[in-house]
Design a protein around this ligand. Sequence first.
Ligand code: HEM
Length: 305
Amino acid sequence: MSSFSLKAIIIAITSAIILVLYPNILNYNFNLLNNFLVAKDTDELVVGNSVAKNCLEMDEILLTPDELARYDGSSDSRGLYLAFLGIVYDVSSGSQHYKPGGSYAFFAGKDATRAYITGDFSQAGLSDDLTSGVDVQSFDGIRTWIDLYEKDYRRVGRLVGRYYDQFGCPTDARQWVSQQIHRSDQLKEQEQDLLLVFPLCNSEWSGQTNSGRVWCSRQSGGYDRQWIGVPRQLFMTDKKQYRCACVRDSGPPTEPAIVYEEEEDSSSSVVANNDHNQNVGDLNNPLLKSYDGCDPKSSECKISD
Ligand code: HEM
C-alpha cells in the first residue's frame, strides 16, 4: 500500500472517530459560518471587524429553526432534538416519545413551548409564542418542563429566534417569560395567603332542584383552625370571579388586609388595616360581599341559580 493511501486511510479513520465523539462538530462550524461568525475564544465572537459577546456555554452550539428541523428523528434526519423555550435538547434517549410514530413526535425538530402550556397540539398550536392567550398562572408549568429536559436530556445549545439572538444571548422575549414566571410565583404565594385568611367553604349542590348550600366549619377548606367563620362571596381579582370564603367575624382584622390593587390590574395585595378597634374580624374587607337573603351572622347560606 502506498504511503499516500495509508495517510488517506488514517485521516478517514480519525475523522470518523471525531464525528462519532462529536456529532455536532459539522453543525457547529456550519452555524458559525452561517452567521458570519468566527469563534475567537469561548466568550467572544468576531462579527466582521467587531467583537461581540457570546452568551453560549462552552459546549453549546447555535441552531437556526431550519437546522433544528433536520433533527426530527425521521430516517434521513441527523438525530432527535427539540427545543423548549429556545434551549435545544438531544432527546434521543427518550425516542419512544419523540420519534416518528411516538406520542409526542410533533415536538421533535422544533420549539413548541406554547403547546406544553396549552395542550393544543395542532399545527397552529405547536408554536413558541407565549405572548397571547396564555394566562399568567399557566407560566408556573414552564419550570416543570425545563426541569424535566435539564434532568433527563443533554443540552445541545440554543435556538436562534424568539428567545435567543444570533450570539446565543437571551432576547427581550426570554426576559419577559422570566418575568411572567416570577409573577405566577407571586400569585401562587398570594393564593396561599388568601386561603389562610379566607378558607374555602364546604358546599353541596343539587342539579335536580338547582339549589344548594355553602357552610363553614373548623376544618372547611382543609384548614384546621380555632374559628368557624361566616360564608361570604370573595372576589378573586386574578380570575375576576367570586368564590365562597369563610370569613372571621370577630376579633381584630387580619393585618395587613388583603385588598384589590388598582394599578396592578388582576392582582390582590396586602395593605395596612384601619379597623383595629372594631370587633368584626375580616368582614369589612372590600373584596367580600354577602349572599343574598342570608343572615349575615349565619355559618350557612342557601344558594340557587
Ligand atoms: C398539556 C398536556 C400534555 C403535554 C404537553 C404532555 C407532554 C408530554 C411529554 C413531552 C412527554 C415525554 C416526557 C419525557 O421526555 O420524558 C410525556 C410523557 C407522557 N405523557 Fe404526556 N403530556 C400531556 C398530557 C398528558 C395526558 C393528559 C396524559 C394521560 C392521559 C399523558 C400521558 C403521558 C405518559 C403516560 C407519558 C410517558 C411517561 C413515561 O414514559 O415516563 N400526557 N408527556
